[in-house]
Design a protein around this ligand. Structure first.
Ligand code: ADP
Ligand code: MG
Length: 303
């Protein structure tokens, strides 16, 4: 089932700047989708248009089948938005701010549902505290709880962990993962490659207002990720001449380094091992090197 469908979307700001260029995107129900791109790529612009905060120029967008303009109310009711900036100094109690947000969407009061949300975000014990008395991490989770208060089917998070320390980042990832397990579709933007790599089912790469690629995360890594086996031996090994004419290698001080592409060249990896064993040459080190999303990303935007 399709949660979000974006077709041929373009966005110009009032000063004529083209921020998004022919965006086509489908988000499936139940997935975690990460939109990855550097600052200024157009991530917030896209999220804000889908959530009805910014206006598009042309193209079509629907949320669970509801057109975001013709059927604004229905579309908006399906969406929870956690904006990048968090309002933090509220004297309001946690539970009251959730009740208020829920009320804005004309939803019937449900303490039971709100308490469930608070529990899943590890905020239940803090429900009667004023927001200003909470730690930074808790405030962020309150923003997520607030966005969840009207029982949306899809949660948008704009750079949820920008400027957050490592520990807090990991606990937020766990919270998002738990929401996914409860059936919530998640669309997040990030400029942290690690975040996309750890959390997302699919990753879209956006650069200068254009989506360069959308793929399952594993597939991106498999398709573009270079995987090499690096075998290092001592230059002083006996019987070296029996193998050196068969394989490419680099010399480095007293070592020889064989770097074999695992994807296209599986045979030569096992051939090298066989020859090393046959000639009683022991290796000094074996390492498997994989490109991560970061290297792929740099390659993509370099083109
Ligand atoms: N109100 C605006 N008027 C003109 N240009 C804008 C406006 N808002 C954003 N932009 C520009 O649009 C581009 C995309 O911005 P944004 O969507 O905020 O990027 P991201 O969220 O990926 O960092 C940037 O070049 C930004 O300067
Ligand atoms: Mg942004």
């Amino acid at each position: 089932m399709t949660a979000i469908l974006v077709k041929n979307l373009n966005k110009y700001y009032d000063n004529g700047f083209k921020a998004l260029s022919n965006i086509n995107l489908e988000i499936k129900k139940g997935e975690i989708f990460a939109l990855l791109g550097p600052n200024g790529a157009g991530k917030s612009t896209l999220i804000n248009i889908i959530c009805g905060i910014n206006k598009k120029k042309d193209g079509e967008i629907s949320v669970f089948g509801h057109d975001i303009e013709k059927n604004y109310k229905m579309a908006r009711s399906k969406i929870g938005l956690v904006p990048q900036e968090i309002a933090t100094d509220s004297f309001e109690k946690v539970i009251d701010t959730l009740k208020f947000s829920r009320g804005l969407f004309n939803k019937k009061n449900s303490t039971e549902y709100l308490e469930k949300v608070l529990k899943s975000l590890e905020l239940f014990k803090k429900r009667n505290q004023q927001i200003r008395t909470l730690s930074g991490g808790m405030k962020r989770r309150v923003m997520i709880a607030k966005a969840m208060s009207h029982e949306p089917n899809i949660l948008f998070l704009d750079e949820p962990t920008a400027g957050v320390d490592v520990e807090l980042r990991q606990s937020l990832w766990k919270n998002l993962y738990d929401l996914k397990k409860n059936g919530v579709t998640i669309f997040l933007t990030t400029h942290y490659i690690e975040e996309a790599e750890r959390l997302a089912d699919r990753v879209g790469i956006i650069h200068q207002g254009e989506i360069l690629m959308v793929e399952k995360k594993d597939k991106i890594l498999e398709k573009l990720g270079d995987k090499r086996v690096i075998i290092t031996i001592n230059k002083t090994s006996k019987n070296l001449k029996n193998i050196l004419n068969k394989f490419n290698y680099q010399k480095k001080k007293n070592k020889l380094i064989f770097s074999l592409d695992l994807k296209n060249n599986r045979n030569s990896v096992s051939d090298l091992f066989k020859d090393l064993i046959k000639n009683s040459i022991s290796f000094y080190d074996v390492e498997i090197k994989k490109n991560n999303l970061e290297e792929i990303f740099l390659k993509l935007i370099d083109q």
